[in-house]
Design a protein around this ligand. Structure first.
Ligand code: 5GP
Ligand code: MN
Length: 320
């Protein structure tokens, strides 16, 4: 598949690279590396995301390449190929999907177990720790000479999607790729701090009061946190709240499943799940318009927060 994707790339001129809404470092990192690669081949390429990227990812090299979707972009850009990174299904790219369909070829590169193979070409490896790890292999096949910026982007993608090499998706191959990337003399400590140790001080107290509202269920095996829109507003844009909540609760012994329910609109609730391994939360999320990985997934319900909470708590008992 790598070679046939390369042939498609060589045969075309105009590209859009994209990834899932609210990108994480794996999505943005792999998308940046792909964009820089296509540029090095002299292609016309735009990196477009539904909503650009959260401001805390500004420190990623060349992050400014990434533009937010807009109606005027639809008029201006006439891509022949749409390259989608780190998305289990095409709806995950949000409004960028407006380019799909119009005779535009879709290349789908991803590692989610629930991937729907929505592309004309699909490079899927569910054993891979991250899309960034897959992309490293692809660039190697393409005989691409990595730049330092590409190395940083891919390193950050792998670092975060493996939970700093703590998830079971971390393999010998993951570490081999990391060893290659570190040859660029990357500032490991500084990159780690940028990702994990930049919580704005102003967010500490709202964080602690939000954590106080946490509830435990079913023998304290399930942790459930709801976030209303007005609670969410108390945090700065620079703060990845859900990630911090998951990171904190993951450290608590005996919790099997962590659920965050966030009010998006009056009747729309976003769901995010993490599992310690017993419960397959990718399958669980597929009941709620979503998907993801066995131990990390998401979805949504067209319901108010309270009803969504009752619904999800009822279903999780069956899954346990
Ligand atoms: P997160 O909780 O970090 O947003 O997502 C956890 C994992 O599940 C990520 O790998 C993410 O791509 C995937 N995921 C999150 N939300 C959805 C969704 O609505 N649909 C699908 N297919 N995957 C999702
Ligand atoms: Mn990923």
């Amino acid at each position: 598949m790598q070679r046939s994707i390369l042939r498609t790339i060589k045969a075309h001129t105009r590209f859009i690279v994209t990834m899932h809404v609210n990108p994480d470092p794996d999505a943005l990192g792999s998308a940046l590396a792909m964009t820089i690669f296509l540029r090095s081949l002299g292609k016309e390429v735009s990196l477009v995301n539904d909503s650009a990227y959260p401001s805390w990812l500004r420190f990623m090299p060349q992050s400014k390449l990434c533009r937010a979707f807009s109606a005027s972009l639809v008029k201006a850009l006439k891509p022949e190929v749409l390259i989608v990174l780190d998305c289990g299904d095409i709806r995950r790219i949000g409004q960028v999907a407006q380019w799909a369909g119009r005779g535009v070829k879709i290349i789908n590169i991803d590692h989610h177990v629930t991937n729907t193979r929505f592309g004309d070409q699909n490079l899927i490896d569910i054993k891979s720790s991250s899309t960034s790890e897959i992309l490293y292999g692809f660039l190697k096949t393409a005989r691409c000479r990595l730049t330092r910026d590409m190395a940083v982007a891919l390193y950050l993608g792998i670092l975060t999607d493996t939970g700093s090499f703590g998830f079971d998706s971390t393999s010998a191959h993951t570490h081999e790729v990391i060893a290659e990337l570190l040859k660029f003399d990357l500032p490991v400590g500084e990159l780690y701090r940028q990702v994990y140790e930049t919580m704005p001080k102003n967010d500490l107290k709202p964080f602690l009061s939000l954590m106080n509202t946490l509830t435990l269920h079913h023998d304290e095996k399930i942790a459930c946190l709801t976030i209303t829109q007005s609670q969410a507003k108390k945090f700065s844009d620079d703060f990845d709240l859900k990630d911090k909540v998951f990171g904190f609760l993951r450290a608590v012994k005996g919790i099997e499943v962590i659920m965050i329910l966030a009010e998006q609109q009056k009747k729309k609730t976003r769901l995010n799940f993490r599992s310690r391994g017993k419960v397959d939360v990718a399958r669980f999320a597929s009941q709620f318009n979503g998907g993801g990985h066995r131990n990390a997934s998401g979805g949504f319900l067209d319901m108010p927060l309270k009803r969504a909470r009752a619904c999800v708590l009822k279903e999780i008992v069956k899954a346990l």
